[in-house]
Write a protein that binds this ligand. Structure first.
Ligand SMILES: NC(=O)c1ccc[n+]([C@@H]2O[C@H](COP(=O)([O-])OP(=O)(O)OC[C@H]3O[C@@H](n4cnc5c(N)ncnc54)[C@H](O)[C@@H]3O)[C@@H](O)[C@H]2O)c1
Length: 429
């Protein structure tokens, strides 16, 4: 036990994934050394602050005081670590191909300090094969042998920012190694501070598990979004249909339509698999179709705004449109890939004067436009030619939004519908 507690755990990338993991390990009594390229991130953690919504500043401060957490930009200190988890971004390039440059940079840094006995775990979501094809050669170039001198695993992060029930500690964690000894080492380490481990037989199985989970969501959201468009054409209330279908006690899982996909994961990760399969001459049809439907939803919402304004004898050009909620989902501040950005861009391109309110996002810089969140006053609601709900943050009085707005489009179905109000996307016009 004394030996186990002496472990130093290095976490590379202290963002939405890395910081909660680092804090959970620290709470489990493990000494954590966090690495980030951003000075500001490192400085704030060392001051006992948290820049991630799901991690409380108090937790960071307590770990700092206990000497269990330190952050640094000095990658040469990776050699101090017994275990290293890589939690760096995996975005798409402009041509929607995987950008593994962050993983490459991190693996080269790990390789420089690699020593016998180290365990290296990749957490970043990526295509099947990355751990073996990208990390392994970089690490074995040191002359050390995987499964013998060091261990290498992939273990996907499943964090759902803002989820009050499921977090890093109690969400079962899948881990798959390059060799059986690697899998066992990865599971044994995480078992020290996480509740449930799910070992799988290879790094590739763990990599594909993560992409299956996110593709499952992307495809089901795509299905329900297309059904929403169908219902709209048929004049049927999609929400009534979904609620009715969800009463089936088996074989149906409820997904809800909306303004499009957002976040770092669901719109991005399936394309990692598409890319990989293209290299193997296989087209991932479900992924492509879901992506096509989901990425058209902002256009659908803007068409609804256009219809609502039209019913009020107004053109989009010159209309003032107030967007409620710009974060990609409820009660978080993350703007990455948010469909609100597309909606705002499309409205501005058509000459609308766009303002927004979001309690979590105070300023917005996109496409050369700078916007600041406006206060949600009665005047702001009633003076806008149209109000559109894009993100259903809690804590907003939607009954007041309904009462005060002239034209209201609800892309999340949160506005209460009284008499004379439509159950559809255009609540009132
Ligand atoms: N955010 C989520 O909800 C979520 C959920 C599951 C999986 N993931 C995956 O986890 C990975 C990380 O995502 P995130 O949301 O935490 O990203 P993030 O942008 O919040 O954090 C990444 C951090 O890594 C740092 N970084 C970049 N390059 C680095 C380098 N070479 N060395 C050290 N630090 C470096 C950045 O400065 C940043 O602070 C991605 O692959 C993502 O797809 C994210």
């Amino acid at each position: 036990m004394a030996e186990a507690q002496a472990t130093t755990f290095g976490v590379i990338g202290l963002g939405y994934v890395g910081l909660p993991l680092a804090v959970e390990a620290g709470k489990g009594g493990i000494r954590v050394l966090g690495f980030d390229v951003k000075e500001s991130v490192v400085a704030s953690i060392n001051e006992g602050l948290s820049h991630v919504l799901d991690v409380k500043g108090d937790e960071v401060e307590a770990l700092r005081e206990a000497g269990l957490l330190e952050a640094t930009t000095d990658m040469s200190r990776l050699a101090e670590c017994d275990v290293v988890s890589i939690c760096v971004p995996t975005p798409l390039s402009k041509t929607r191909d995987p950008d593994v440059s962050f993983i490459l940079a991190a693996s080269e840094a790990v390789a420089k300090g690699l020593r016998p006995g180290q365990l290296v775990i990749l957490e970043s979501t990526t295509y099947p094969g990355t751990t073996r094809e990208v990390l392994l050669p970089a690490l074995e170039a040191t002359g050390l042998k995987v499964g013998e001198d060091f261990h290498l695993c992939f273990s996907p992060e499943r964090v759902d920012p803002g989820n009050p029930t499921w977090h890093t500690k109690n969400t079962p964690k899948v881990v798959g190694g390059i060799t059986p000894a690697c899998s066992a080492a990865g599971a044994a380490f995480y078992e020290r501070f996480l509740d449930t481990l799910v070992p799988v037989s290879s790094a590739e199985a763990a990599e594909l598990t993560k992409i299956l989970e996110n593709t499952f969501r992307a495809v089901n959201i795509g299905l329900v979004n297309e059904t929403a468009i169908i219902a709209d054409r048929l004049g049927v209330d999609i929400w009534e249909v979904i609620d009715a279908a969800a009463t089936k006690p088996f074989g149906f899982m409820k997904f809800t339509p909306g303004p499009g996909l957002g976040g770092h994961c669901i719109p991005v990760d399936p394309h990692y698999l598409s890319w990989k399969m293209r290299t193997l001459n296989y087209k991932t049809r479900f992924i492509e179709l879901a992506s096509e439907i989901n990425s058209e939803m902002p256009v659908f919402v803007v068409d609804k705004i256009r219809d609502g304004l039209n019913q009020n004898r107004k053109a989009v050009n010159g209309a003032s449109v107030l967007v409620l909620g710009v974060a990609y989902k409820r009660d978080i501040e993350d703007m990455r890939e948010s469909p609100a950005l597309d909606v705002i861009r499309l409205l501005q391109a058509d000459g609308a004067d766009v303002s927004y309110h979001d309690p979590y996002v105070h300023t917005l810089d996109e496409d050369g436009h700078h916007l600041e969140s406006v206060e949600l006053t009665d005047a702001a609601l009633s003076e806008a030619d149209a109000v559109v709900i894009i993100t259903d943050h809690t804590g907003i009085d939607y009954a007041r939004v309904v009462a005060k707005s002239r034209v209201l489009i609800d892309a999340r179905h949160v506005a209460p519908r009284g008499e004379g109000l439509s159950p559809g996307w255009i609540v009132k016009a």
